[in-house]
Design a binder for this molecule. Structure first.
Ligand code: GLN
Length: 486
């Protein structure tokens, strides 16, 4: 079997090959390792790939399957995992110097579920340090490159996971999304990425950034793969008090792509400042959905202008608290040869954290400080409530909302890194979903005139992943397939 084919198979095709066609887990992993050896250095999408471990795990999977003991239909399929998701015995750095040598003694629940189903850990993907960023330029392990154009960013913070799937260095991947970190890189790299409802997936073992916003989600080559991986990690977990016990009704067999009679809202506010090409392409897709039987309606989400300031106050406030634990005492990096506790904290944190992380801690500490709490943090919470109400009203009228994922396609490496405010503004279309806790997906809709992928975002009501996956699948069926040239 030519390796090229293996790399293009979907998860269900890989499963079928393993179950019925005599292809081995070792062959699958070897094909992906081959791609990684040839292009991994150029794209820099992985922080850790342990080739020996991948092959040893694949071998064990093959032995299980031939003895009739496969753990699931997917036993033997390799998966990439973002490096802020704890993997027992495998370094989990969060792309930070402060966790450079951290080897977790336990698995995140999401990863434990994959392991129990026999999925193989292919590698840990590069990311913005502590998931803070929109370009994967803020990594202690170097910038990740966009597989479509290595002069451009892959988006962030899950840029490594998106680039790995896009460049065929993993069939699918886990990421995390606090303000768009799955959907925006998915859009930039021409793959599908879904952030579920807050509470769908256990955050146990996810290194915390902003706990009221963080969610684990998935990347796939297509909607069915993203749905499959997400359904595999979803579910209640007693180890995460914010996880919710709800039926998982969005496995690939539930996703028909049938949108007849479905009410889909289009908010004009989300197209302001958006590139003409993206707006036009989304217009085309929406028209096709209308022809396919969807009931397309104009809606208004009027508080979009609050999203960026509200998010950057709440996310930084929570981050400043979450990151207090990196003190050089408990675990992680410790500045050497220091005496005195204050100096130890100071040096460890000054040396261990990168520039953007420090900026966020300072911002967050400021907005929580007693003199400014009411003016900033409390006001942001009120703004968040208005954004939530906007969505509650919208979902009284429609089943799903379509917007662009980003206002423009991937920007150049270095183009925005000197201007944090401009970078923050680039998240404007994705962060409201996190503030409201609702699910969102980005599906690729082809390339712009410069050859870069464009993304269409679909948002749904709480726990209605099924609706957005169905619309995503319908969009996919009427789309030109996109695939990066390596
Ligand atoms: N770009 C946003 C930020 O920097 C979102 C990051 C994320 O979703 N992890 O905070």
């Amino acid at each position: 079997m030519p390796e090229q084919n293996i790399l293009n198979y979907s998860l269900s095709e890989l499963s079928d090959m393993l179950e019925n066609k005599g292809i081995s887990a070792v062959e699958i992993s070897s094909a992906y390792l081959g791609m990684f050896r040839n292009h991994g250095g150029k794209i820099n999408c992985y922080i850790t790939v342990n080739e020996d471990m991948v092959i040893a795990d694949a071998r064990k999977s093959d032995e299980r399957r031939s003895a009739g003991n496969a753990l699931s239909r997917y036993d033997g399929i390799p998966i990439a995992v973002k490096d802020n998701i704890c993997t027992q015995g495998v370094r989990t750095t969060c792309a930070s110097r402060i966790l450079e040598n951290f080897i977790p003694p336990y698995d995140a629940t999401s990863y434990a579920k994959l392991k129990a189903a026999g999925f193989i850990l292919f590698g840990k993907t590069n990311m913005d340090e502590f998931a803070m960023g929109s370009s994967t330029e803020n990594s202690y392990f170097g910038v990740v490159k966009n597989p479509y154009n290595t002069g451009k960013v892959p988006g962030g913070s899950s840029g490594g996971s998106a680039a790995a799937v896009s460049a065929r260095m993993a069939p699918a991947a886990l990421g995390s999304d606090t303000g768009g970190s799955i959907r925006q890189p998915a859009a930039f790299c021409g793959v599908t990425g879904i952030k579920p409802t807050y509470g769908r997936v256990s955050r146990y073992g996810l290194v915390a950034f902003a706990s009221s916003l963080d969610q684990i989600g998935s990347f796939g080559k297509n909607v069915a793969d993203a749905a499959l991986l997400l359904s595999a990690v979803s579910g209640y977990d007693e180890k995460d008090s914010t996880s919710v016990d709800r039926e998982i009704d969005f496995a690939p067999e539930h996703i028909t792509g049938d949108i007849k009679g479905m009410k889909i809202g289009i908010p004009d506010e989300y197209f302001i400042g958006c590139s003409g090409e993206i707006t036009a392409k989304i217009g085309e897709k929406v028209e096709l959905l209308r022809k396919g039987g969807a009931d397309i309606r104009k809606i208004s989400l009027k508080y979009i202008d609050y999203a960026v300031p509200v998010y950057y106050l709440i996310a930084t406030a929570e981050a400043s608290s979450n990151l207090a634990r990196y003190d050089g005492v408990r675990y992680g990096y410790r500045s050497p040869g220091v005496s005195g506790i204050d100096t130890l904290y100071n040096r460890t944190r000054s040396e261990g954290f990168g520039k953007e992380v420090k900026r966020r801690i300072i911002l967050g500490t400021f907005s929580l400080s007693s003199g400014y709490y009411d003016a900033y943090y409390l006001k942001a919470l009120k703004g968040r409530t208005l954004i939530i109400e906007d969505f509650v009203n919208a979902f009284r009228e429609v089943d799903a909302i379509i917007t662009p994922t980003t206002t423009a396609t991937a920007f150049g490496i270095g183009e925005m890194s000197g201007n944090p405010l401009q970078m923050y503004m680039s998240d404007i279309l994705t962060i409201s979903a996190n503030l409201a806790g609702i699910p969102g997906i980005s599906v690729p809709i082809g390339l712009d005139s410069s050859g870069m992928p464009m993304g269409l975002q679909i948002m749904g009501n709480h726990f209605n992943e099924r609706a957005i996956l169905n619309v995503g699948s319908a969009v996919e069926k009427i789309c030109d397939p996109v695939k990066p040239e390596m």
